[in-house]
Design a protein around this ligand. Structure first.
Ligand code: SF4
Ligand code: SF4
Length: 311
């Protein structure tokens, strides 16, 4: 493999859902044949989940919070820990293991307690999904890598199939489809380089809320302040009140507007000017009340967030 290719693959492996794993540094397409089988009677049953490092996607969180009957905020608090995907960049979310241990909190002696709603990384294992991107484009191309860990005996099983067949068997197509907008935002940010500038604290907070804390995001977009600002049809407004997937897609559109200046959601006439004037007034009041850090937002004040979304 050429050096450039090796560098690209190393970069992609870093971005993969299973980073820091013994990924074989070769990329494959969906036609590549693997031999693998995981089942309850295998000697290493649960070994992988006892030492897990699972990154969660937005759709993973929707499935898991529903399975566990929790709000997204409660789920995030109990089961996850945020991390920076890159310095000063967007946040990712990964599973928080059991206290003083490395095992997944959702593991029992019998196996995964959320099996039918297990996350993307758990479904993909031992395949790593690598998304490639072109400079300044949202378009991504998928490639795969193979993870071979010593403890995993599934590779010794005589059960041949293509990666595409394995993905189908594991039900990842639906996950990849729903999460595509999220992955593309990350790729676009990474491939844009310094030209796009530093993301503000508020735009990063909005990214986190719209991608991972959907129940809180719903409160934000269904608030009167938001509705007064944006052109939203009644049908769309109704749908995002109850449908998490529709809300997630709406969030991806809003984030393209906020992070990359795309006009993806129309602002109502005159709103931008009115808000800019109101913001100026608020900033003056804040500066007077808190001369040390006038940019410190009040926790319940979403006004600056609305303004940012209109840009
Ligand atoms: S969610 Fe299930 S499959 Fe994934 S690491 Fe936890 S126990 Fe294992
Ligand atoms: S075969 Fe691999 S994936 Fe399956 S339980 Fe064993 S270690 Fe985990």
């Amino acid at each position: 493999m050429a050096d450039q290719d090796n560098n690209d693959v190393a970069d992609l492996i870093k971005d993969s859902p299973i980073p820091d794993s013994p990924v074989i540094p070769t990329t494959y397409d969906g036609e590549h044949v693997i031999s693998f089988r995981c089942h309850k009677d295998i000697g290493c049953f649960n070994a992988c989940c006892k030492n897990s490092d699972i990154t969660l996607t937005p759709y993973d969180i929707i499935r898991l919070k529903k399975h566990l009957g929790m709000t997204s905020s409660d789920f995030l608090k109990k089961y996850t820990v945020p991390y920076e995907m890159e310095k000063d960049g967007m946040a990712g979310v990964r599973f928080l293991p059991v206290e003083n241990g490395t095992a997944c909190q959702l593991l029992s002696e019998e196996g995964c307690t959320v099996y039918e709603d297990r996350p993307t990384s758990c479904r993909y294992y031992p395949i790593g999904l690598l998304s490639m991107r072109k400079q300044d484009e949202y378009v991504d191309r998928q490639a795969y890598a193979l993870v071979k860990e010593e403890h995993c005996l599934g590779h010794n099983e005589d059960n041949k199939m293509t990666i595409d067949e394995y993905r189908k068997q594991q039900g990842v197509e639906e996950y990849d489809e729903i999460d595509r907008g999220w992955r593309q935002l990350i790729l676009k940010r990474k491939s844009s380089g310094p030209g796009i500038g530093t993301l503000t604290k508020q735009s990063l907070q909005l990214f986190f809320m719209a991608c991972y804390d959907l129940d809180r995001f719903r409160l934000f977009v269904t608030s009167s302040g938001f509705k007064e600002s944006f052109q939203m049809g009644d049908a769309e407004f109704e749908q995002i009140q109850t449908d998490d997937i529709a809300l997630l897609h709406f969030g991806f559109r809003l984030l393209r507007q906020v992070l990359f200046g795309e006009s993806s959601i129309d602002v109502k006439d005159g709103v931008t000017e009115t808000r800019a004037a109101a913001k100026k007034e608020r900033d003056a009041v804040k500066a007077e009340a808190n001369p040390v850090d006038p940019d410190q937002p009040s926790p319940d004040d979403n006004s600056d967030m609305y303004t940012m979304c209109e840009n």
